[in-house]
Design a protein around this ligand. Structure first.
Ligand code: UD1
Length: 421
């Protein structure tokens, strides 16, 4: 892409959006699928793999384990035949929250894993206690030694474990560990996000026996013989949701391509509809039309199928455009309401109390310089820039590039005045 070294985006107030955007492949789906490649020895091809920083960091992590990866034109080839155990250094694991997803497959393959602490967005404590508690229930000894997480077991033992919160990552990690366990593992209270379902479907293609896919109880038969399988990645529902919500607050007629299935977008579409957008489903495509007049409401985030926490910053941004008051309750990440401060700097009036934000209607935004501090907050600031009078400069855009392949290119395609500076 050649833009990774540029650190800021300038956005001008935009009164009309018109055109077509192709939605990239899903980041949150492909990262666990990449990690799961370790479970088998062989080669696989992932198509529609997004060209984003997080994917490239995951490739580097796999390379540490002597897995060969080759990325070109949204196709990723992974060859695990020479995979050998190694410690994963903190310099790499700290760049990516999903580095923690290598723990499960490493334990299944080598009965041990030593990794530096995982990184990721600055949105709350993001502990990994559920992952670790689940591993311990599977007979794993877990220690923290000079900030290196050391997990070891003589053998993984299938278990019956109830997650105290339906963590997406912990669900995925424990499923992958269970593939290498003796006997059956029952996981209760698991996350039902589409990204968990996709991982299960892929593992089934690899030969794993899993029951309960899409429900909150999963049963995994361990020690099955597994083989590599190619994977066609799904579209990124969060990127699609960003553009759907963006189109509700600016007079728009935009088409989003590569949307073959709207199941994972249902709640997002309902919210966009409530805010005034008209959405028409076409073959592999959605058309979003709006006059840019935003309704209001009381919204809350939650585990799937509730409204996704990843789109909460964008929704809050859009709600500032309403003439009436709204509220937003964040149930997943305790510190994710931080975007309120940035929006207030641009002229919004938002009060945050604990997990709830009250957004006062009838305030308009004016461009300013603001800083991206995490992926989704950064994308929301881009949407805020489109709505703000004059110019808005967003700095530290490397955060946005972790998940959005080309947000500038995408928005230019629909007529936004946006550029790298
Ligand atoms: C994944 C997504 C992220 C999304 C999130 C929730 C990826 C790469 N990232 O992140 O975009 O925002 O799901 O939909 O797929 N928690 C614990 N203990 C744990 C694990 C999590 O308390 O062991 C808490 C977290 O602090 C957070 C909540 O559970 O408050 C949800 O976290 P989790 O579902 O694990 O998110 P991730 O899998 O990291």
């Amino acid at each position: 892409m050649g833009v990774g070294c540029l650190k800021a985006i300038s956005v001008k107030e935009t009164s009309k959006l018109k055109g077509t955007i192709e939605i990239q492949g899903s980041k949150n789906t492909v990262l666990p699928i990449m990690a799961s490649s370790l479970l088998a020895s062989g080669s696989m091809v992932i198509t529609n793999c997004p060209d984003i920083e997080d994917v490239h960091v995951m490739c580097q992590l796999l390379k540490c384990l002597h897995v060969k990866t080759y990325y070109k034109n949204h196709t990723l080839e992974i060859d695990t035949r020479q995979a050998t155990y190694a410690m994963l250094p903190a310099e790499l694991t700290g760049k990516l929250r999903s580095s923690v997803l290598l723990l499960g497959p490493m334990l299944a393959k080598w009965q041990r894993a030593q990794i530096g602490m995982p990184g990721g967005c600055a949105i709350g404590l993001r502990p990994i206690d559920i992952h670790l508690e689940g591993f311990m229930r599977m007979n794993v000894d877990v220690k923290l030694h000079h900030d290196i997480l050391c997990c070891e077991t003589y053998y993984l033992q299938g278990t019956d474990y109830t997650l105290h919160f339906p963590s997406v990552g912990a669900t995925q990690n424990l499923i992958m560990a269970a593939v290498g366990a003796k006997g059956r593992t029952v996981l209760r209270g698991v996350a039902r996000e589409p990204e968990v379902v996709e991982l299960c479907k892929h593992l089934k293609h690899m030969g794993v026996i899993i029951e309960g896919v899409g429900t909150d109880v999963l049963t995994i038969k361990g020690s099955s013989s597994v083989s590599c399988h190619d994977y066609q990645n799904v579209y990124d529902r969060i990127v699609a949701g960003t553009y759907i919500l963006m189109a509700t607050c600016i007079s728009s007629r935009i088409y989003l391509k590569q949307i073959d299935d709207i199941e994972s977008l249902k709640t997002i579409l309902q919210v966009a509809n409530q805010l005034g957008a008209n959405i028409v489903r076409m073959e592999q495509m959605l058309c979003i039309e709006s006059d840019g007049v935003v309704g209001n409401g009381n919204f809350e985030t939650g585990g799937f199928p509730a409204f996704p926490t990843d789109l909460q910053p964008v929704l809050m941004t859009v709600l500032t455009k309403s003439e009436k008051d709204s509220s937003l309750m964040e149930h997943v990440f305790e510190k994710r309401l931080g975007i309120a401060q940035d929006l207030n700097q641009l002229g919004a009036s938002i009060r945050v109390n604990g997990r709830e934000a009250k957004i006062e209607g009838g305030n308009s935004l004016t461009g300013h310089t603001v800083r991206a501090t995490d992926l989704r907050q950064g994308a929301a600031l881009v949407v805020a820039g489109l709505m703000s009078k004059g110019y808005t400069t967003i700095t530290d855009i490397s955060h946005i590039e972790r998940g959005y392949e080309d947000i500038v290119g995408d928005l230019r395609k629909v007529g936004a005045d946006i550029s790298y500076v």
